[in-house]
Design a protein around this ligand. Structure first.
Ligand code: 5GP
Length: 183
């Protein structure tokens, strides 16, 4: 039986990871892991599709029973990747894509030597700042906090196997498809 590739897509908040994932979901060669999170659903998010929305207690018991490949705290909520569906999909020869933040990517690196870690970079920090400021609902204080976090996250880029600049969505999608197909 062939074994699929475990691919981690990470990068600073606001860089556009979720747009890339939306396009990749139309590619049958990828299996997408559904994370568990303690944050509340946003309008339109369906339990079991966007995330498994769980309580703090449920998340604690998932940690205790060793269900997570990795988990991390981000913006006041916890997020984690359940092991079982990832292993099942890899065993079926599927490429599994995890769209996670950087602390989680580091845990995958230490547990799965064969994982491919991809860092999505903005064309420049100014462009990232524009994107972050474009989320008009955030207060100036929140924008400043997000920018400070993004600077820290950008410093992790050299820990990754591949860096892909998000000039155009199609280019990034193509880069990921060809990384997945590489022997
Ligand atoms: P959001 O709340 O906007 O959906 O996601 C916030 C951040 O959490 C994003 O950077 C996303 O990549 C990250 N994230 C989503 N699921 C997981 C997960 O299972 N593990 C980790 N470590 N990060 C996750």
């Amino acid at each position: 039986m062939s074994i699929g590739k475990l691919i981690v897509l990470s990068g600073p908040g606001g860089v556009g990871k979720s747009t890339i994932v939306k396009v990749l979901k139309t590619h049958p060669e990828f299996f997408f892991s559904v994370s568990a999170t303690t944050r509340l659903p946003r309008p339109g998010e369906v339990d079991g599709e966007a995330y498994h929305f769980v309580s703090d207690q449920e998340f604690d018991s998932m940690i205790q029973s060793g269900e997570f490949l990795e988990w991390a705290e981000f913006a006041g909520a916890r997020y984690g990747t359940p092991n079982a569906p990832v292993d099942a999909a890899l065993a079926l020869g599927k490429n599994v894509l995890l769209e996670i933040e950087i602390a989680g990517a580091r845990q995958v690196r230490s547990k799965r030597r064969d994982a491919l870690l991809v860092f999505l970079e903005p064309p420049s920090f100014n462009e990232l700042e524009e994107r972050i400021r474009g989320r008009a609902t955030d207060s100036e204080e929140r924008v400043k906090a997000r920018l400070a976090l993004a600077r820290e996250e950008m410093a992790a880029a050299n820990e990754f196997d591949h860096r892909v600049v998000n000039h155009r969505v199609e280019e990034v999608v193509e880069a990921l498809v060809s990384l997945a197909a590489r022997q």
